[in-house]
Design a protein around this ligand. Structure first.
Ligand code: ARG
Length: 477
């Protein structure tokens, strides 16, 4: 190579090629317009590699200093938006290396000693994803705190609990929200697990078989804050499990968001009227003036499909690949990037939609979910939500549960035909179903009595819910 500059990517490999790439093939094979977002990870990885090469005597201290000087300039050019990304240079790695060589000459050409783009790209994606996982973990925590805040305000608010979307038993609205806190806490746990397996170093695997230079891979791992070194070079360059695992964890998190969205959509409908979300998360209709549509939860539900699609894309990408690196792997980036973007935006918007925004004057959060406790309780009063409590009452009086169940079914039938609740049937009528029923039955037929009675670990009794809130507060502090 005569010039100091790699202008065309064919110059990055050799004079072996006798014809240039067509424009279409260039565009088809290039990744720079999406993988340029890895630039900071690419520079960070290169600097750690250069530091180690110098420490091992593979390059001189002067070369390393030149590489650092050049990279500092590239960094400021990229940050300033003046860096010229070239399609001809295919990807982020060749673009940065070419500019480095242009800036610092031979030292730049020495940077690639003992490495290949195969271990370089695997390292970059892992470094980038590790930092994104940390941002996502912070957002998951923020969302849990927002949910616990709303829960704390609503421990004594009664919501009809559903199975099959039929009224089942009354639950505390806080208890219902805390179910989502459990889901998001598992999501955060999963992100932590994925982070450990993401945070391992492929660099030093070189193209596929390792390298002849005396590299100190552990040193590079330490410099980059990685928890370990990939122990097999073939696996190091070709493993994308971490990307699949991450997308699986992200999919599950989106599924939780989607379930929550579905509930918000139902709860906001006129037929439920349980909650309101701030107007800025809704839109009107161009034809029906009365409408306020829950666009944000609906879109989040829709975007779940897109993230699950990325999981399918990534896992299918890997299934037929022989060892080691194949160009197929370049296709890992767009699904991974879009998964990260979608999940982060969705979590951010849910944090605000649930918890509100701090008032600039008071600092107090406002504009989060508003709860219509009266509508919730009225709905819980429909549908015989305390029928199980009546059955349990009869069991305590000595009836076998199956018989109690049958007896209560008759009582519900009678109440239905009188168009009233069980608690509205006169004592004499109730006694007609079983003589052991006494006046104290009305304690268990009330929604609050029903709630208080479920006072076992994980149950909906307000005392239990308060214990859980305290546990979450401690965990999230
Ligand atoms: N842009 C490539 C990718 O994302 C970098 C690695 C290229 N390696 C190669 N042998 N062509 O996978």
């Amino acid at each position: 190579m005569s010039s100091n500059q790699l202008d065309k990517k064919s110059e990055a490999w050799s004079a072996l090629f006798s014809e240039p790439m067509s424009e279409l093939v260039k565009r088809y094979t290039a990744s720079v317009f999406f993988d340029k977002r890895l630039w900071l990870a690419d520079i960070t990885g290169s600097l750690a590699h250069a530091e180690m090469l110098a420490a091992q005597g593979v390059i001189t201290a002067a070369d390393r200093a030149e590489i650092e000087r050049g990279m500092a300039q590239i960094r400021s050019e990229i940050e300033a938006g003046t860096f010229e990304w070239k399609l001809d240079l295919e990807d982020v790695h060749l673009n940065i290396e070419a500019r480095l060589t242009q800036l610092v000459g031979d030292a730049g050409k020495r940077l690639h000693t003992g490495r290949s783009r195969n271990d370089q790209v695997a390292t970059d994606v892992r470094l980038w994803l590790r930092d994104e996982i940390d941002l996502i973990s912070d957002l998951l925590k923020e969302l849990q705190v927002a949910l616990v805040d709303v829960a704390e305000q609503n421990v004594d608010v009664i919501l009809p609990g559903f199975t099959h979307l039929q009224v089942a038993q009354p639950v505390s609205f806080a208890h219902h929200l805390l179910a989502y806190v459990e889901m998001f806490s598992r999501d955060a746990e999963r992100m932590g697990d994925v982070r450990r397996r993401t945070n391992r170093l492929p660099l030093g695997s070189a193209a596929l078989a390792g390298t002849t230079y005396p590299l100190d891979r552990e040193r590079v791992a330490r410099t980059l804050g990685m928890e370990g070194v990939c122990q097999n070079s073939l696996d190091g360059v070709s493993d994308r499990d971490f990307a699949i695992e991450f997308t699986a964890a992200a999919s599950l998190c989106m599924v939780h968001i989607s379930r929550f969205s579905e509930e918000l959509i139902l709860w906001m409908s006129q037929n439920f009227g349980f909650v309101k979300i701030a107007d800025r998360f809704t839109t009107g209709s161009s034809i029906m003036p009365q409408k306020k549509n829950p666009d944000v939860p609906e879109l989040a539900r829709g975007k779940t499909g897109r993230v699950v699609g990325h999981l399918m894309g990534l896992i299918t990408l890997m299934k037929g690949q022989p060892l080691a690196y194949n160009k197929d792997n370049q296709e890992d980036k767009e699904p991974l990037f879009d998964t990260v973007d979608t999940l982060k935006d969705t979590l951010r918007i849910f944090c605000e939609m649930v918890g509100g925004q701090p008032n600039p004057v008071t600092g107090q959060k406002e504009g989060g979910i508003t709860v219509n406790a009266i509508a919730m309780e009225a709905a819980a009063n429909k549908g015989y939500a305390t029928a199980t409590d009546l059955a349990d009452y009869l069991v305590k009086k000595g009836l076998p549960f199956r018989d109690a169940h049958e007896t209560v079914a008759h009582a519900v039938k009678a109440a239905t035909s009188h168009n009233c609740d069980l608690s509205e049937l006169p004592l004499s009528v109730l006694q007609g179903f079983h003589p052991s029923i006494e006046k104290d039955v009305f304690d268990v037929l009330s929604l609050r009595g029903s709630l208080n009675a479920r006072n076992t670990l994980g149950g909906t009794a307000p005392a239990q819910v308060r214990t859980q809130i305290a546990r979450h507060r401690q965990r999230l502090a």
